[in-house]
Design a protein around this ligand. Structure first.
Ligand code: ATP
Length: 231
C-alpha cells in the first residue's frame, strides 16, 4: 500500500445468526484483524432470498447478537436489514451504506465460498462490486471455481479474473476488488445447535453462555416458542 492513502474501512459479516455462535464470532474477529479494517459489523439478514426463512424472529436473532456482543469493542451490530424488513437483498444494503458513507470509504462484504458460488443468482449481482469489495473466505485447501466447473462457474471465474485483488487494496480503494482469504473455521453450525436443542441435548460451549440462557428463557428452537415472524 506504499504511497496510497488509507481510507476509513468498514467490513460487513452477514448471516442469519439463527443463533449466533462462536464460529461466527471468531471468524468476524479474525477477519477484522487480518483485513486491518476499522469496523467489523455483524449484519443479521431479515429474510434471505437464498435459504430457508430463519427459524426464529428477527427480534430474537438481533437480541442474541446484542447479548453476544456485549462488552466486545471489536465487533458492532448493524440492524439495517432487520429494520428494512421484507426480502433481504445485499445490493440494497450496500447501496444504502454507500449513500450514507460517501465514495471515499472502503466497504467490504465478507462471504463464504459457498455464497460466492451462488453469486450469479443474487439480485443485481453485477452491481455488488461497483459498491464494495467482496472478501471470500475459504477453508484451507479448498479449490476455487474455474470455468466449466459447474453452474455459474463461468461468471464466477470471470469475476475472479477481472476483480482479483490483494488484501492491501481493501484499505486503499473504496470497492471493486475480490479478495480470497484462507481461514480456518471452528466446526460449529447453527443447524447443529438447533438440532441439539430440539433433541433436548446441550449446545453449551458452542455459543456464549448468555446466548444459551436467552434460548432457554425464551424456549427457542424447542418447537414450543419463538416462532418466525416480523421483528
Ligand atoms: P446454518 O447452520 O443455519 O446454515 P450457519 O451457522 O452456517 O447457519 P449463517 O448465519 O448462515 O450460520 O452464517 C453466517 C456467516 O457465517 C456465513 O458467511 C457463513 O459462511 C459463516 N459461518 C457459519 N459457520 C461458521 C463457522 N463455524 N466458522 C466461520 N464462519 C462461519
Amino acid at each position: 500500500m506504499e504511497g496510497k492513502r488509507k481510507l476509513h474501512a468498514v467490513a460487513l459479516f452477514g448471516g442469519t445468526f439463527d443463533p449466533v455462535h462462536f464460529g461466527h464470532l471468531r471468524m468476524a474477529l479474525e477477519l477484522k484483524e487480518v483485513l486491518g479494517v476499522d469496523e467489523m459489523r455483524m449484519l443479521p439478514s431479515h429474510r434471505p432470498a437464498h435459504r430457508e426463512t430463519p427459524g426464529v424472529s428477527g427480534a430474537h436473532r438481533r437480541e442474541m447478537l446484542a447479548i453476544a456482543l456485549q462488552g466486545c469493542r471489536e465487533l458492532q451490530l448493524d440492524e439495517r436489514e432487520l429494520r428494512r424488513g421484507g426480502d433481504t437483498f445485499t445490493v440494497d444494503t450496500l447501496e444504502e451504506l454507500r449513500a450514507e458513507m460517501g465514495p471515499r470509504v472502503s466497504l467490504s462484504f465478507c462471504m463464504g465460498l459457498d455464497s460466492l458460488l451462488t453469486l450469479p443468482s443474487w439480485h443485481r449481482w453485477e452491481r455488488l462490486l461497483e459498491l464494495a469489495h467482496l472478501v471470500v473466505v475459504t477453508r484451507p485447501g479448498w479449490q476455487l471455481p474455474h470455468r466449466h466447473s459447474g453452474p455459474g462457474s463461468e461468471e464466477v471465474a470471470g469475476l475472479l479474473e477481472r476483480h482479483a485483488g490483494d488484501i492491501h487494496d481493501l484499505l486503499s480503494e473504496p470497492g471493486g476488488r475480490l479478495v480470497v482469504r484462507e481461514q480456518t473455521m471452528l466446526p460449529i453450525s447453527a443447524t447443529r445447535i438447533r438440532q441439539l436443542v430440539r433433541d433436548g441435548r446441550s449446545p453449551r460451549f458452542l455459543l456464549p453462555a448468555a446466548v444459551l440462557q436467552y434460548i432457554e428463557d425464551k424456549q427457542l428452537y424447542t418447537g414450543a416458542g419463538g416462532s418466525a415472524g416480523q421483528i
